[in-house]
Write a protein that binds this ligand. Structure first.
Ligand code: NAD
Length: 356
């Protein structure tokens, strides 16, 4: 079933209000989740709400939290999110980093102890909209690791995403946003909820053999996701863990891995004022020239058009805004169950969901 983005956003806000989030926080989180759905990353869209509900119940995710901005000199910013909703905490932390980068031309932000920050690309887009180049490295902790590092059939770190964006005309163009696992764990959840098999190469079983069954890893955490790009992707995932967890944060997954139903993020962000390097319009021209040179590359067999990072998301968003966002019935039922747990009336919530 497809639902209009507006109606899904309204329903998400209702559920978040049920969790105890203020209207302001509910609007920020719902906006983030719907943008993730629009961009095609259903793994990080409204389907995350049941997990957030469990974490609120456990006291591991705290609505309306006030982060601590730690006193640090120079261009380094450190923000302790104190387990607040990461979508809002990360924006507050980035506002602080952007202010610092306006003074020093660069800021290096450590956001630590945050609730799930969800789609890392959101933060590249946020900085680009304010005219800043940004790079974000995010580790995932709280639960045991999920991703097998190169050469091992046991998980050693989690899906540790990386995102980067360069502003052109106030938009991140190009914009890279990817897990350092072959795919994010949420994509396994989406396949499982839809009753589908997963492609070969996403997941290995406990002996290290590739499997297309999402059930053992999703339901029982048996086996592991694979790191993308063999030894090189594995190496990047390890460095994301170190930059975000050991340097910017206070926990890597080696130590912070036994909090029941806990999913937390630390993020190291580098925010750069492009004007510190050159005239902005000259930089944008160089970016666009290179952008076009990549797109002009001859498509390989079976490829109709070469795309730059960020383009698939843009196109899916245009399609889904017009035609609605597909959400499977299992996910809708999980949203309903979560909502009723928090005292939201099931019938009025289902009235908010408008199929397209
Ligand atoms: P993915 O495998 O779809 O990769 C996405 C990246 O590849 C994007 O930059 C996209 O533009 C680019 N891309 C895709 N197809 C392309 C093509 N044909 N040509 C050129 N570029 C192309 O996504 P993923 O790695 O599964 O990540 C999904 C989401 O999960 C991301 O938003 C990520 O931030 C999020 N995530 C979050 C956490 C967390 O703990 N907060 C953890 C892991 C992942």
């Amino acid at each position: 079933m497809r639902y209009s983005a507006d109606s899904l956003e309204t329903a998400a806000k209702t559920i978040l209000n049920g969790f105890g989030c203020s209207d302001n926080e509910a609007a920020i989180v719902a906006d983030h989740l719907i943008r993730a759905n629009l961009s095609g990353h259903d793994s990080h869209g409204v389907g995350m709400l049941p997990m957030y509900g469990q974490q609120v119940e456990d006291g591991n995710l705290i609505p309306n939290q006030t982060p601590d901005f730690l006193p640090v000199a120079g261009a380094i910013c450190v923000v302790d999110a104190k387990r607040g909703f990461g979508h809002r905490m990360a924006l507050l932390a980035l506002d602080h980093a952007i202010e610092t980068a306006s003074e020093h031309n660069v800021a290096v932000l450590g956001l630590r102890n945050s609730g799930h920050i969800s789609r890392a690309g959101n933060y590249s887009e946020y900085c680009a909209a304010k005219g800043f180049v940004s790079l974000h490295f995010v580790n995932v902790w709280g639960h045991p690791p999920l991703v097998a590092h190169f050469g091992s059939c046991e998980p050693g770190f989690s899906t540790n995403p990386v995102s980067m964006g360069i502003p052109v005309d106030g938009k991140a163009k190009p914009m890279l946003d990817m897990a350092t696992s072959t795919v994010a764990m949420g994509k396994v959840r989406v396949a499982y909820n839809r009753g589908e098999q997963i492609p070969t190469g996403w997941v290995i079983d406990e002996e290290g053999h590739s499997t297309t069954d999402p059930e053992p890893i999703w339901s029982r955490r048996e086996g592991a996701l694979t790191a993308f790009g063999a030894h090189k992707g594995s190496g990047l995932g390890i460095f994301v863990e170190l930059l975000a967890g050991a340097l910017a944060g206070k926990e890597t997954v080696a130590t912070g891995n036994n909090i029941p139903r806990g999913v937390f993020n630390n993020m190291l962000s580098i925010v750069i004022n492009p004007a510190g390097f050159d005239n902005i319009s000259d930089i944008e021209s160089r970016v666009l020239e290179f952008y076009q040179s990549i797109k002009d590359g001859k498509p390989a067999d079976g490829v109709t058009e070469v795309l730059m990072p960020g383009e698939p998301e843009e196109r899916r968003a245009a399609d889904r805004l017009d035609n609605g966002i597909e959400v499977d019935d299992t996910t809708i039922e999980q949203l309903m169950t979560t909502a009723t747990t928090f005292g939201v009336d099931r019938e009025s919530l289902s009235k908010q969901l408008k199929p397209t």
